[in-house]
Design a protein around this ligand. Structure first.
Ligand code: MLC
Ligand code: AMP
Length: 501
């Protein structure tokens, strides 16, 4: 089996792989930079198969060269982000215990703040790392069985869990996905997703690099920059919130500027939406401008993309389509019996290994039946008459999706309880057309204590990434509870919604 690294490094050296601003990097550049970096990681960093290596970079060639280098040294990449405050990054580092952290010059201080005693390698210019590879038979390639990624995802307990993906999982995920979406070396992707999640990292960026295409990497999502880059591109992939922002931007243009912005959108080969439900109204607005309803698909950190609407043929609004080739899917009711409506289970070669040092979470997440190891996704779905899947929501009220980010209500509540004035907190998601859900917090204070939402938000900013922060606050005496004192989240959500209407 060819790994992603084999696929990327087998592309013709002069071909353009990445464009960031005016800087273009070729596949040959990525090969030579990652070769030199891998040598250093092996010879100086002590990296070998299974060893964890953290990396903190902005989107750009150094990000990709470093990721390839970690993999060439057979290490396991832990992708960090500067969206996290130092505390949150340090918690991930404590869990994963990488032997070394690599960081860009700009983010080296941030990396140092969370690295503790872990060795730090700062990558300034890439040129000093360039090392001729003798491309044929160059050593330093990962094996399909090597662990490739430890990606953190929020769960129903407080702390995020490390999802373990081997190279053969990534290959299986991207081979079937590239076939389904017809990804080729002629593709040019406009990329504005964060790279510390599977959507931006693998489903979008690595998917196109594996095929030898070109990725326009933006430093962050900016609707005007995305629209400008769509000229001469073939692909765009985003979360529904990005589609909402792009549509609002188009709506705000005068008719001449709008017509100029729409023409390149209409020329795109494929626009994909995922990570959260695409509201049908948003899909329809997009279709009115861009000429085609976005291709909606369903994925997870644990398994890449599992279900997709077709590239050609009928895309059904509100449905995430059918399983990709090789992806096994079942829908089961509460008793585990096959049903038309119930929890989605996924099996087959794309399904991850398990959670890092979390046998409890593995035991809760997998069931083995008829020789298949089924992953219980925690998503409630319905099958239509054509075996297409519609996502109805999460089985747990404590998992939220806001702007495409999966959030744990428990993690946010635990962080709030660390504030000295807070006695208890309950976090829920309020339905929202642009964000999917808005995070809302009901906070109960200790007797005599005072704290304003702004102060609580500033406190949380030191604890959690900004995208996890509540946007709606209530200071309350108590929240609806059952006889055992457990918070009734649906009743609390209703209260919040009524307060707004
Ligand atoms: C931002 N804002 C929010 C918000 N995020 N309001 C409510 N809820 C949220 N979640 C508000 C801010 O307060 C601010 O308001 C304004 O929006 C701009 O904020 P911002 O921080 O500049 O937002 P922005 O950077 O533009 O972020 C929006 C985004 C980002 C969509 C670009 O959230 C994003 O990159 N999401 C992608 C997440 C992702 O990649 N998920 C994939 C997980 S993997 P004001 O009033 O100050 O203007 C996965 C598997 C799979 O799910 O299937 O793909
Ligand atoms: P993550 O853990 O961040 O990888 O998020 C995975 C979750 O995102 C899934 O379990 C779903 O709940 C959600 N998701 C992904 N794609 C879609 C989609 N197209 N529609 C609805 N939910 C989605």
């Amino acid at each position: 089996m060819r790994t992603l690294v084999d696929a990327i490094l087998s592309q013709p050296a002069p071909r353009a792989a990445l464009r960031c601003g005016h800087t273009v990097s070729t596949y040959g550049d990525l090969d030579e930079w990652s070769h030199g970096l891998a040598r250093h990681l092996i010879e100086v960093g002590g990296v070998c198969a299974g060893v964890r290596v953290a990396m903190l970079f902005e989107p750009g060639p150094a990000f990709v060269a470093t990721l390839l280098a970690i993999w060439r040294a057979r290490g396991v990449a832990l992708v960090l982000t500067d969206l996290h405050p130092p505390k949150e990054r340090a918690a991930l580092m404590n869990d994963a215990k990488p032997v070394v952290v690599l960081a860009s010059e700009r983010l080296s201080e941030a990396a140092r703040a969370s690295a503790g005693a872990t060795a730090l390698i700062v990558i300034g210019s890439l040129e000093p790392w360039r090392s001729a590879t003798g491309r044929d038979g160059a050593p330093w390639r990962p094996q399909p069985d090597d662990l490739a990624l430890q990606m953190y995802t929020s769960g129903t307990t407080g702390a995020p869990k490390g999802v373990l993906l081997r190279h053969h999982h990534l290959s299986a995920q991207l081979e079937t996905l590239a076939r389904a979406w017809g990804i080729t070396r002629d593709d040019v992707l406009v990329h504005a997703l964060p790279l510390h999640h599977i959507h931006g990292l693998s489903i979008a960026m690595l998917n196109v690099l594996r095929a030898g295409g070109l990725v326009h990497l933006l430093p962050a999502f900016d609707p005007h920059a995305v629209l400008a880059l769509c000229t001469n591109a073939t692909l765009f992939m985003g979360v529904p919130t990005m589609y909402a922002r792009l549509l609002d931007t188009l709506d705000a243009l005068d008719s001449e500027a709008r017509a100029a912005a729409i023409a390149p959108l209409r020329a795109l080969r494929l626009c994909v939406s995922g990570s959260a439900a695409l509201p049908v109204s948003l899909g329809n607005r997009w279709e009115a401008y861009a000429g085609r309803y976005p291709l909606e698909r369903f994925g997870m950190t644990e398994l890449g993309v599992a279900l997709s609407n077709p590239l050609d043929g009928c895309r059904v609004a509100g449905s995430v389509g059918k399983p990709l080739d090789g992806v096994l899917v079942r829908v089961v009711d509460d008793e585990g019996t096959d049903a038309r409506e119930g929890q989605l289970l996924v099996g087959g070669p794309t399904v991850f290994e398990g959670y890092f040092e979390r046998p409890d979470a593995d035991a809760q997440s997998f069931v083995v039946q008829d020789g298949v190891r089924w992953f219980q996704t925690g998503d409630t779905v319905r099958l239509d008459d054509h075996a297409r899947v519609q996502i109805l929501g999460r089985t747990s009220v404590d998992i939220l999706k806001s702007a495409g980010y999966k959030l744990s209500a428990i993690e946010i509540e635990e962080a709030l309880r660390r504030h000295p004035a807070v006695r208890d907190a309950a976090v829920v998601g309020l339905p929202d057309e642009t964000y999917g859900q808005r995070v809302a917090a009901a906070v109960m204070l200790h007797k005599g204590a005072r704290a304003l939402p702004d102060e609580l938000a500033s406190f949380l900013r030191e604890e959690l990434a900004p995208y996890k922060l509540p946007r709606v606050w209530r200071i309350v005496d108590d929240v609806p509870r059952n006889a055992l004192g457990k918070v009734l989240k649906p009743a609390l959500t209703k209260q919040f919604i009524e307060d707004f209407s």
